[in-house]
Ligand binder design. Structure first.
Ligand code: ARG
Length: 599
């Protein structure tokens, strides 16, 4: 069942009538798609506007004369259209107030408002997907928040959604941490050091890199080029040998790998909990890379891949405007894309989904182009449903985050800092003296995380982003806390008024702002559908900001609502407030943000 809101129905009704008008007035067939309806701009009379420029071709009249013809026809033929005015090629229509009040009573106040029908689609969202050699950083934070929100939006849009995490738990990167720990770790464990497991393993990754660099420099002094030195440094050779031993199931290496990955998983679990994200299923590269190697064999048999003299396996994509790409190393160990071939197959076998989304940073645009192309060339019909949701880097005001050098912004630290800032700001406001300690902690968490999530999600994923922690937690402006605060304020109003939802009389008179509210609130279901379709938490975030802003405008315009003596007016204003609060709450939930009842 497709989504059908009152707003969509009246647009369809008007469009159909306009098509009929063109037929009767000009004896021509205009396709419905050429008649776009939009909100009337604030400075003009009316609520819905038809852009008539595409009609001029059929009327052979000026835009103004065409708009006037259509306006007269619509007023005469559509009950809800009460008047019109023409501004150049724009036909502005006034819709009867009773129509909007009916929309409030029968749609916005209905308990299932904002719940969309199922669309029958199965969608997988892969996100987070860390390597197990270091803790999560700010880039992962954007990834996790984006993936979680896109999954929630898709669900709300009517799809069946599977959230999965692919863990790159094997490969040269983890061997580097393992090797450094063996050499310089002195048996250090999370327990002995008090370090979170992912941080402990990350520490040894950094040590590896330092020592490796020293060796490279030494070899360069002996006259080797940078490239030679990188290849010949004893440490990297040892790491490569370790990877081979791992793939050969060497007991000692596998044992060490298991132990250190175990530390990392325990650490990640805490970080995920802090970020409020979750997964339906985990895939592990260690379980999928062999299937990847099978896929390499399949590709060789089909002639899609070819083998070089040294035994390495490649695909030639030059005819597709790309280059030659390695899919299996000469020593038989698998590379990053090998496991992705296997993982993609395993995911599809498990879920038979219609679409599969990979939330991964834009530095991997090329990798996914190649991956999808290979799967297509291997004749996988489901490859058409694969989509790389690529996002830009996150910067902090102090400059670019760097990985590997120990100067990264750590995800856990960031979360603690956000909570701490929320504590300071909220204590300064002094409105929660009667909260219990646990309630206070929950509030600081929700405000701190709300600020972070909203700030990262309100920006188009494609865009590079500058995260400013103190700006994000401002209680005014386009921020999470502003929307949270607006919601809490409405809740306190509704409580004071002992609010009960009830319809308002059909003949009540609306102020311009009240009418604007009904129109904006009425768009919520379509906003969910379009945010889901375009995988865009940003459009939802910005819609919620518009809703919160409009509520604040309304709230400042009307006299104190609780004291309103006209019962019908009071009901109207409380109803509008309540629908606003419901939308803010459920919309923010789709961004992974909890809105407190009080703050
Ligand atoms: N672990 C990889 C990294 O940190 C990202 C994995 C993305 N997902 C995938 N299926 N390749 O760069």
């Amino acid at each position: 069942m497709p989504l059908e809101t009152n707003r969509m129905k009246i647009e369809q009704h008007i469009t159909a009538a306009a098509v009929q008008a063109v037929k009767e007035l000009y004896q021509q067939e205009i396709p419905e798609t050429q008649l776009a309806i939009q909100d009337t701009r604030a400075e003009f009379e009316g609520q819905l506007t038809i852009v008539v420029f595409p009609v001029v071709r059929f009327s052979k009249k000026s835009p103004e004369a065409t708009a006037t013809d259509l306006g007269e026809y619509l007023v005469a033929n559509i009950e809800e259209v009460t008047a019109f005015n023409v501004v150049k090629g724009f036909l502005n229509l006034s819709i009867a107030e009773s129509y909007w009040i009916d929309q409030l009573n029968n749609e916005l106040l209905s308990p299932d408002f904002g719940i969309l029908p199922s669309n029958g689609k199965k969608v997988m969202v892969e996100y987070s997907s860390p390597n197990t050699n270091k803790p999560l950083h700010l880039g992962h934070v954007r990834n996790n928040l984006l993936g979680y929100s896109v999954a929630e939006l898709l669900k709300a849009g009517g799809s069946e959604v599977f959230k999965v995490n692919l863990v790159n738990d094997r490969g040269i990167h983890i061997c580097k941490s393992m090797l450094a720990w063996e050499k310089w770790g002195n048996g250090e464990t999370p327990e002995s050091s008090g370090l979170k497991g992912d941080h402990l393993v990350g520490k040894y990754y950094v040590i590896f890199d330092k020592e490796y660099k020293k060796q490279i420099d030494a070899l360069k002094l002996e006259g080797q080029t940078e490239e030679e030195a990188k290849k010949n440094a004893p440490l990297i050779k040892e790491a490569q040998a370790m990877l081979l031993a791992w793939e050969a199931h060497d007991e000692h290496v596998v044992e060490l790998w298991r132990k250190m990955n175990g530390w990392v998983y325990a650490g990640f679990e805490v970080s995920y909990k802090n970020l409020g994200v979750d997964f339906d299923k985990f895939y592990y590269e260690s379980n999928t890379y062999l299937l990847g190697k099978d896929t390499v064999d399949e590709g060789l048999a089909k002639g899609v891949f070819f083998k070089k003299e040294d035994g390495s396996v490649w695909i030639d994509l030059t005819a597709d405007g790309l280059d030659q790409k390695l899919v299996l190393r000469a020593d038989g160990t698998s590379v990053y894309i090998t496991q992705d071939l296997g993982t993609a197959q395993m995911k599809y076998d498990d879920f038979k989904m219609d679409e599969s989304i990979y939330v991964v940073g834009n530095e991997q645009d090329y990798h996914f182009k190649v991956l999808f192309l290979i799967l297509d060339k291997l004749g996988k019909g489901w490859a058409k449903g694969l989509y790389h949701l690529s996002y830009g880097m996150v910067d902090l005001p102090s400059g670019k985050m760097k990985s590997r050098e120990g100067t990264v912004v750590d995800a856990d630290d960031l979360v603690s800092e956000m909570i701490e800032t929320a504590r300071q700001k909220t204590e300064a406001l002094g409105k929660i003296a009667d909260f219990s300690e646990a309630e206070k902690e929950a509030l600081y968490y929700n405000i701190g995380l709300g600020a972070l999530k909203y700030f990262l999600l309100k920006v188009d994923p494609k865009k590079r982003l500058l995260f400013d922690p103190s700006e994000s937690i401002d209680f005014q402006g386009n921020t999470g806390p502003f929307i949270q605060y607006t919601h809490a304020r409405i809740k306190s109003l509704l409580n004071k008024a002992a609010y009960q939802s009830a319809p308002v009389p059909a003949d009540i008179t609306l102020s311009a702002t009240e009418l604007d509210m009904i129109i904006l609130l009425g768009k919520y279901p379509a906003e969910i559908a379009s945010a889901a379709k375009s995988f865009s938490p940003a459009t939802m975030a910005n819609y919620l900001y518009e809703v919160a802003k409009l509520f604040n405008k309304f709230y400042h315009e009307v006299p104190p609502i609780v004291k309103e003596e006209d019962a019908a007016l009071k009901q109207l204003r409380l109803d509008l407030s309540s629908v606003t609060a419901n939308i803010l709450k459920s919309g923010m939930r789709l961004l992974g943000i909890t809105v407190p009842e009080r703050m």
